[in-house]
Design a protein around this ligand. Structure first.
Ligand code: CTP
Length: 207
C-alpha cells in the first residue's frame, strides 16, 4: 500500500517557502493502521515532525515535483494508493539561489510569479489500467463540499474520496464523508484520526 501524507513546500529562496496547514497526522495514521493490518506500506511524507509508524517504509520529499517523481516510481508496485498529501497547487516560478533581500530594492510592494504544479494524483491515474489498483483521494473543502468532492473523485480517477473540512487540520479528531465511485456515501462523525484510518484500511481490504 502506498500512502502520501503532509504538505509540500515550494521554495522561494533557500530559507523561505509556500506551504499549507497540513500536519500529516491523517496520512500517518492510515500508514500505521495499514501496517498493523499486515499490509506492506510505503509512506511518502512531506515535511512534518511525526515519527515513522512501526513497520512502515518511509520516503521523505519536499516539493510537489519531488512527490510526483517518487510516486511515479512507487505507484507501479502498489495495489492501493491513499493520496492524503496536501499538495501545493502553485510554486514560485524561480527558486532564488541566495536570500531574497527586501531592503535592496526599496520597494513597498512586490509580486511573486507562480507556476502550476503537476496534479500528482491525476498524473498517476491517467496511466492506470482500470480496476488493477484501488485509489483513495482526499478533498478538503470549505462549504458545498459533497458536490465538489464528487467532481474531484471523477476528475482524478479515484475509487473513493475522503471529504473533510479545515476543522480537521492539526487536530487528533475529524469528521469525514467517504464518497465512492459507485455512489456510496458513508459518514464518519467526530472520530479519532486513528479510528478513521482503521475504517479506510478495512474499506481497502473489502474491495
Ligand atoms: N492532489 C494532487 N496534486 C495536486 C493537488 C492535489 O495529487 N497538485 C491530490 C490530493 O492529494 C488529494 C486530491 O488531489 O488527494 C484533492 O486535492 P485538493 O487540493 O482538494 O484538490 P485540488 O485538485 O487541488 O482542487 P482545489 O484546491 O481547487 O480545491
Amino acid at each position: 500500500m502506498l500512502v502520501t501524507a503532509g504538505p509540500t513546500r515550494e521554495h522561494v529562496d533557500p530559507v523561505r517557502y509556500l506551504t499549507n496547514e497540513s500536519s500529516g497526522k491523517m496520512g500517518f495514521a492510515i500508514a500505521a493502521a495499514a501496517a498493523r493490518a499486515g499490509h506492506a506500506v510505503t509512506l511518502i511524507a512531506g515535511p512534518v515532525t511525526l515519527a515513522t509508524p512501526r513497520g512502515v517504509r518511509r520516503i521523505d520529499v519536499v516539493s510537489a515535483r519531488e512527490l510526483l517523481a517518487v510516486c511515479q516510481r512507487e505507484f507501479r508496485r502498489c495495489d492501493a494508493l491513499v493520496m492524503a498529501a496536501a499538495v501545493a497547487d502553485w510554486r514560485p516560478v524561480k527558486k532564488l539561489a541566495a536570500k531574497w533581500r527586501a531592503k535592496d530594492s526599496g520597494a513597498e510592494r512586490t509580486t511573486l510569479l507562480l507556476a502550476r504544479n503537476p496534479d500528482v494524483l491525476a498524473t498517476l491515474t491517467r496511466g492506470r489500467r482500470s480496476a488493477s489498483k484501488t485509489v483513495i483521494a482526499f478533498a478538503l473543502e470549505t462549504g458545498a463540499g459533497v458536490a465538489r468532492a464528487k467532481k474531484k473523485l471523477a476528475k482524478k480517477g479515484a475509487d473513493w474520496i475522503v471529504l473533510n473540512d479545515p476543522s480537521a487540520l492539526g487536530g487528533e479528531r475529524t469528521s469525514v464523508t467517504l464518497l465512492g465511485a459507485n455512489g456510496e456515501h458513508i459518514e464518519l462523525r467526530d472520530r479519532t484520526k486513528s479510528a478513521v484510518a482503521r475504517s479506510l484500511v478495512e474499506l481497502l481490504g473489502s474491495v
